[in-house]
Design a protein around this ligand. Structure first.
Ligand code: AP5
Length: 296
């Protein structure tokens, strides 16, 4: 596991229910620009720090991420972003992370595929971009992700954001909304491995479980017979998706460099999870210690 972050402070931002717009409630003054707040209940990020950064503490652990977690009187749920190239294993790791940490998994790709399945106008438009391996316009993605992040279950249990942000403008939108993760996990996987993972990936439409014909084969013939393949999982399309990823990844990383944990994603999924688990355990422990010292 490579730690990219330097010693710096991650402000603890809370979106208390009273400050958060009601999920799915129609905005009376919709803004044409999704990056600017039009909801009257939003207040500037600087007013929403739970505590000044000077209250932060650092735990000393040899394999721990090298950044601070801000103190809070009550330990808040974890907020995690997981990022990486197409087929780097984000979805696979999210299954393991949610199982252990109980976070709400919010996948931008899954939200878009749900729109496609519902044959909505947004879904029809999104599919045109996804088929070309390009980013779906922010007008569709930003509000969709933001609304999901602000729903009560995400606020109460904590969230695991997968596949968002994918550009500097998407990252800026989160920052504008005062939404900042505790940790940014980057899965690092070599390109030849990515292509092999894409073409062998299969999905169980009944359970949503991710399989791979070689690395995670289905448990029995019944499951095997119902597996499906994603429309953008071809060698040709993954090359386009990879190009889009390379064009944007550095911009996104620069926003989160102080809280980035780079994980070797080339190894077996259990070993990838071990690295992520160590980082998340550390962040969660730091929060507990910080909240304990404040309460004392
Ligand atoms: P999205 O659905 O997010 O696709 P992606 O980023 O290309 O990532 P994948 O879902 O393909 O892969 P993954 O990293 O989850 O890997 P997985 O765990 O499945 O996005 C699709 C499209 O939607 C985008 O191209 C874009 O058009 C649009 N979009 C999405 N977000 C957007 C945004 N924010 N803005 C604009 N547009 C957006 O694993 C892959 C395979 O490998 C599986 O078969 C798995 O079993 C296997 N595997 C996983 N880990 C391992 C391991 N350690 N060892 C061996 N095999 C493994």
């Amino acid at each position: 596991m490579l730690i990219m972050g330097s010693t710096s402070l991650s402000p603890c931002v809370s979106l208390s229910p009273s400050l958060s717009p009601h999920p799915k409630s129609p905005n009376p003054n919709p803004s044409p620009n999704p990056f600017h707040l039009s909801h009257p209940s939003f207040i500037p990020i600087s007013l929403r720090f739970n505590h000044p950064p000077s209250r932060s503490k650092k735990l000393l652990s040899p394999n721990a991420p090298n950044f601070f977690v801000a103190a809070s009187a009550k330990a808040e749920p974890l907020k995690v972003i997981i990022s990486g190239a197409p087929a780097s294993g984000k979805g696979t790791q999210c299954e393991l992370i949610t199982k252990k940490y109980g976070l709400v998994h919010i996948s931008a790709g899954d939200l878009l595929r749900a729109e496609i399945a519902a044959a909505s106008e947004n879904g029809k438009l999104a599919k045109e971009y996804m088929e070309k391996g390009q980013l779906v316009p922010n007008e569709i993605v930003v509000m969709m992700v933001k609304e999901r992040l602000l729903q009560p279950d995400s606020q109460q249990k904590g969230w695991l954001l997968d596949g968002y942000p994918r550009s500097s403008s998407q990252a800026a939108a989160l920052e504008d909304y005062g939404i900042r993760p505790d940790v940014f996990i980057l899965l690092d996987v070599s390109e030849d491995v990515l292509v092999e993972r894409v073409v062998g990936r299969r999905l169980d439409p009944l359970t949503g479980k991710i399989y791979h014909l070689k690395y995670s084969p289905p448990e029995n013939n019944e499951i095997s017979s119902r597996l499906t393949q994603r429309f953008d999982d071809t060698e040709e399309k993954v090359k386009l998706r990879l190009r889009t990823h390379h064009e944007n990844v550095d911009d996104v990383l620069s926003v989160y460099k102080d809280i980035t944990v780079k994980v070797d994603g080339n190894v077996a999924k259990e070993n990838v999870f071990e690295q992520i688990d160590a980082a998340l355990t550390h962040v969660a422990e730091q929060r507990k210690v910080n909240s304990g010292s404040l309460a004392a």
